[in-house]
Design a protein around this ligand. Structure first.
Ligand SMILES: Nc1ncnc2c1ncn2[C@@H]1O[C@H](COP(=O)(O)OP(=O)(O)OP(=O)(O)O)[C@@H](O)[C@H]1O
Ligand SMILES: Nc1ncnc2c1ncn2[C@@H]1O[C@H](COP(=O)(O)OP(=O)(O)OP(=O)(O)O)[C@@H](O)[C@H]1O
Ligand SMILES: [Mg+2]
Ligand SMILES: [Mg+2]
Lengths: 165, 165, 165, 165
C-alpha cells in the first residue's frame, strides 16, 4: 500500500496539526514544501504556531517545545504509515510534567497499532508500560537485567535496584 | 510483525547472555546512567542490519564486542538474536516464528542467520525492506535525535516523509 | 563582581518589566516548558554585550523584542538592566554599584548605558574583558551545550581552556 | 593573574581528574594536547576511564556519562580560573538520581567562589538553592515571575504554579 509522496505529505501534515494542537492545547501547525535551490534537493519544513502566539520560526521555540513539536511530527508519520514497532530513547528528557503526561497519553493510544520500546527516566511514561525492565551495571562492568514487572504490579516490586524516580 | 524477544550475548556491555521479552504494547526500559539502556537500542539496530558503526555509537564495528573490564577478559564475538512474530505473514517466509541472528567476530567477519539457517546480509535487508520492518530512520529514535530534529535542513526532514510514503 | 539584579522589559517573552534578584550563592529558576527560563539566560548574555543574534536563538536582532501575541501588540523596544556589585573593584570604575543597561529598537538602533550614562558597545566590552566578567564561552552554558560538548573538535575544546588562561 | 597556557592546561587537567573521579566514584581522567594537523590548530582532548573499564574513546560513554564528563571539565575550569558568575541551563537534564545528587553537591561547594544561576527541572539541584524563582507563561503569552522562596522555606510555599517536580 505505498502511496505516492503527495498523499503521504498531505496525510502527515494533517496528522501533524492534530498532534501539535493536542500537545500544545491549541494553535496550528502544518508541513510546507521547500523547492530545490542552490543544488539542494526539495525539502520539507515544519511550520508551527503555539496558541496565542504569532506564526514564528521554530528556532524561537523553547527546548521542550521543540522536542514536543518533533514528537508531534514523528507520531504523525506513525499515524500515516504505521510501522510495526518503534524504539524511543529518552525522547521525553526535556519535557515538563504537563507535557510528559500528554506525551504518555498519546503513546498509550498509538500503541494499539505500533509496538513501542521506550527508554526513559520519566515517571509518567513508565505508567503506560505493560512491561518494565530495570537494567543496571554490575561491579564487573557488565550490564544485567534486574527485574520484570508484569501488567498490574506497582513499580515498587522492582526492589531497590531501579532508581527511585 | 511484532518483536517477541531479543537476546544479546557479548554485545557491548551485555557480556552475559541477556534476554528481553517485549510486550505487544509498550515495554519500558529504565536504569541509571551508563547501565546499558541505549545499548539495547543499538542491539536492535544492529540485528536489523545496520552496517554503519557510527550509527551504533562506535568508531569501528569491533567496538560493539564486549571489550572487557578489570574483572573480565574481552570477548571474541558479539551476538544478537531477535524473535519476530510473523503470524500476519508480512515477512515473505513460510514461518510464523522468525528468528534473526547476527554475529560479529574480532577478526572482522560477520554471520547472519534466519531461523538458524545461514544467510547473507543482503537477504536480511531485502526481507525487512519488503515488509517495511525497521529499515527507515524513524523506527529507532536514538538519544538526542528529537532535541536536534528541528535543526535539520529541509532536505533531511524530508527523508522521514519519503520513507513513510 | 557579583550579579545583584536583572530587569527585563520587552525582551523576548518578558513584555512587562520583570526583576530577578540573584543570591550570592545559587539562584535556581524553574518553570514549565516555554515559560521563559532560557530567555532569562539570553537576557544576561545580551546585556553583557552579545552581538550575534544566533547566540540568542534569534535569526536577527529584532527577534529579541517582544513580538506580541493575540492579546498584546508588539513592542518597539527591548531593554535589559543588570546591577553588579563592584565592591571588590574588579571593574575599573569608581563606583561600587554598577548598572549596565542595553536597549534595542525595531529600527535596528541600539543603546548602551553604564550607570545611566550613555556609552558605546566597545566601552562595555572592554570593561568586562578587563575584569574577566562574562566574556568567555563557559560563563553562560546554554541549553544542550553540555550534551554536545564531547562531540566538539579538539580545537573547539581548546577555546574554553584558552579563555581560562 | 593570567597564567600562560601551559600552567592553565596542567591545573585544569588535574582538577578534571579530581572532579571526574568524584562523579564516577573512581576511574581516572586527564587532558591531552592534540598537535596541529591538516590545517587545524592545536587542540585539546579529554581522555576518561570510568572505574573498572578499559581506557576508551569518549564516544562509547552513555548520554548521561558524557554530560557528567563535560560538567567535570567545566567545573575544573571554574576551579582553575574562578569566574565571578556562571549560568547553567539544564545541564543536569540527562543525569539520573545518583549523578544529579553528586552534581548538586559539587555545585554547593563551587558556589563559595562563583555565583551560580541555574535553570533546572531537577529536584536535587533545587535543594542547593538559596533562592528559587518560578517562571510561568500567562494567558497573554507574557512571561511572569510567580514567586520567590527565601533561604530555609520548603518549595511547597511556592504554591501550585510551579510544576510538582
Ligand atoms: N563494547 C563494549 N564493551 C563493554 N562495555 C561497553 C561497550 N560499548 C559500550 N560499553 C559501555 O556501555 C556503557 C553505556 O551504556 P549505554 O549508553 O547503554 O547507557 P545508558 O543506560 O543509555 O545511560 P544514559 O542514561 O546515560 O543514557 C558505557 O559505560 C560503556 O562503557
Ligand atoms: N521576541 C519574542 N517575543 C515574544 N515571545 C518570544 C520571543 N522570543 C521568544 N519568545 C517565546 O519564548 C518562549 C521560549 O521561552 P524559553 O526558551 O525561555 O522557554 P524555557 O522556559 O526555557 O522552556 P524549556 O523548559 O522548554 O527549555 C517561546 O514559546 C517563544 O514563543
Ligand atoms: Mg542512553
Ligand atoms: Mg529552556
Amino acid at each position: 500500500i505505498h502511496h505516492n509522496f503527495q498523499t503521504t505529505f498531505e496525510t502527515v501534515s494533517h496528522q501533524f496539526k492534530s498532534y501539535f494542537t493536542h500537545f500544545f492545547g491549541g494553535g496550528t501547525a502544518k508541513l510546507v514544501r521547500i523547492p530545490p535551490s542552490n543544488g539542494n534537493e526539495m525539502g520539507v519544513e515544519l511550520v508551527a504556531q503555539p496558541p496565542g502566539k504569532r506564526l514564528q520560526n521554530l528556532s524561537l521555540l523553547s527546548g521542550g517545545e521543540r522536542a514536543l513539536t518533533a514528537v508531534a511530527f514523528l507520531f504523525a508519520i506513525l499515524e500515516a504509515n504505521p510501522s510495526p514497532f518503534c524504539v524511543l530513547d529518552e525522547v521525553d528528557a526535556s519535557l515538563d510534567e504537563t507535557n510528559s503526561i500528554r506525551f504518555s497519553q498519546a503513546l498509550a493510544k498509538l500503541c494499539q497499532r505500533t509496538q513501542f520500546i521506550v527508554i526513559t527516566h520519566n515517571r509518567n511514561t513508565m505508567q503506560v508500560a505493560n512491561t518494565i525492565y530495570g537494567v543496571s551495571m554490575g561491579e564487573d562492568n557488565v550490564s544485567r537485567v534486574l527485574s520484570l514487572r508484569l501488567e498490574g504490579d506497582s513499580p515498587s516490586l522492582l526492589g531497590n535496584e531501579v532508581p527511585p524516580y | 510483525v511484532f518483536l517477541r524477544r531479543l537476546e544479546l550475548k557479548g554485545f557491548k556491555s551485555f557480556a552475559r547472555p541477556t534476554q528481553f521479552e517485549f510486550d505487544r504494547g509498550v515495554t519500558v526500559i529504565v536504569g541509571p546512567n551508563g547501565s546499558g539502556k541505549s545499548n539495547v537500542a543499538d542491539g536492535l539496530r544492529w540485528v536489523l542490519g545496520e552496517q554503519n558503526a557510527r550509527n551504533l555509537r562506535a568508531r569501528r564495528m569491533e567496538d560493539i564486542i564486549f571489550t572487557g573490564s578489570s574483572q573480565r577478559t574481552p570477548l571474541g564475538m558479539a551476538e544478537a538474536s531477535l524473535d519476530l512474530d510473523n503470524s500476519r505473514e508480512e515477512l515473505p517466509l513460510e514461518f510464523t516464528d522468525v528468528t534473526l541472528t547476527r554475529r560479529a567476530y574480532r577478526s572482522g567477519e560477520s554471520e547472519y542467520f534466519i531461523n538458524r539457517g545461514r544467510t547473507r546480509w543482503r537477504d536480511v535487508a531485502e526481507l525487512l525492506l519488503k515488509a517495511n520492518v525497521g529499515q527507515n530512520g524513524y523506527t529507532i529514535i536514538g538519544q538526542g535525535v528529537i532535541e536536534n530534529f528541528i535543526n535539520l535542513r529541509p532536505e533531511e526532514k524530508r527523508l522521514w516523509l519519503e520513507e513513510a510514503a
